[in-house]
Design a protein around this ligand. Structure first.
Ligand SMILES: Cc1ncc(COP(=O)(O)O)c(C=O)c1O
Length: 324
């Protein structure tokens, strides 16, 4: 495992190491984080490889439909599949265990994007067995920005290199003998001058979170998951909408359809901040029309705050309709 500044850098680094050839294929889903898929598109353009998008249908989304949609795109040309542990805008805890396993049976490797991972939901990188896993410290672990890891499975570490090479690139073996680090770790230890204080503070972020609730980080994750489901149910009731995904596919984040509107997502988000001091994420529904609000509770949030947010959303939508 090595430290990088963020999950996007980890994704780009993996792609940089792939040695793709024309007509190789890489699968991404329509629910992946745009910065990650932008890097896939760029590398594909440079190499002649193809990015194949597995379009996960939002209506009646379930574990089986996700696995089937991804597996239906796998071919003997597929070199890598990008899958989020929890999707960013849509907050789905993907059935990554099944996806990684079924792909591996076909000899296809996975890049697991667990940007929402550490401190968010339980993680078992070794058991899951993805070729590459990235996770952020600067989200649910409450570390400073610029703190992420890239885990490369043991059998793939040989020859895996950072995008930025250090002074030791040409005398790597001697340098590794001096530092007693593997070539993989040594090269990622120094990628030019950088601020590593964030990385050094991870241990304190973890210690802090361990002390927030009796039961440590496990209790924090359980608390956030429970409050997420409560907030989701409350908002669905206030908005008269239905839960978008089964409870079994949620961590501590969820999206809720707001009542039908033609308002732009950014407009509602700004109004919520300007008029109600609410910072939240409003996203377009993957159905193609309508908006969703994403909740991602932390220990300092309360169910009353979600009731307040529900009222604020209804107020802003009503004012918009009255003006229209
Ligand atoms: C699923 C997912 N992947 C990748 C990222 C990008 O993370 P970073 O900004 O640390 O590169 C995010 C950020 O929200 C995300 O939610």
């Amino acid at each position: 495992m090595v430290f990088v500044n963020n999950a996007t850098t980890a994704v780009a680094t993996v792609l940089h190491n792939l040695k793709l050839e024309p007509n190789d294929e890489m699968i991404v889903t329509n629910l992946e984080y745009p910065a990650c898929t932008n890097n896939f598109d760029f590398v594909a353009q440079q190499t002649g490889a193809k990015v194949v998008v597995a379009e996960i249908q939002w209506d009646d989304i379930c574990e089986n439909s996700i696995v089937d949609t991804i597996m239906s795109k796998a071919t003997d040309r597929t070199k890598l599949v990008l899958i989020s542990l929890i999707t960013s805008a849509t907050a789905v805890r993907m059935p990554i265990e099944r996806i990684i396993k079924e792909l591996k049976a076909l000899g296809i490797e996975t890049l697991l994007d667990a940007a929402h991972g550490p401190g968010c939901v339980p993680m078992d990188i070794d058991t899951w067995g993805a070729a590459y896993t990235t996770g952020n410290g600067h989200k649910w672990l409450c570390s400073p920005k610029g703190v992420a890891f890239l885990h490369v499975r043991n059998d793939l570490q040989d020859g895996f290199r950072p995008m930025v090479l250090s002074n030791h690139a040409q005398s790597l073996e001697a340098a590794c003998t001096r530092t007693q680090r593997s070539a993989f770790n040594h090269e990622f230890d120094y990628m030019g001058t950088d601020d590593r204080t964030g990385v050094l503070s991870i241990v304190d972020s973890i210690a802090f979170l361990q002390g927030v609730l009796p039961g440590g980080i496990d209790a924090v994750m359980a608390h956030n998951h429970k409050l997420c489901l409560e907030a989701r149910d409350l908002l669905c009731e206030m908005f008269g909408t239905k839960p978008a995904v089964p409870d079994s596919m949620l961590g501590p984040l969820a999206v809720i359809d707001v009542p039908s509107t033609t308002m732009e997502p950014g407009v509602l988000r700004e109004l919520l901040f300007a008029n109600h001091r609410i910072e939240t994420m409003i996203v377009p529904s993957p159905k193609g029309n309508g908006l969703m609000v994403r909740v991602s509770p932390q220990v300092y949030n309360t169910i009353e705050q979600y009731a307040y947010m529900g009222e604020a959303i209804l107020t802003e939508l009503k004012a918009f309709e009255n003006k229209a």
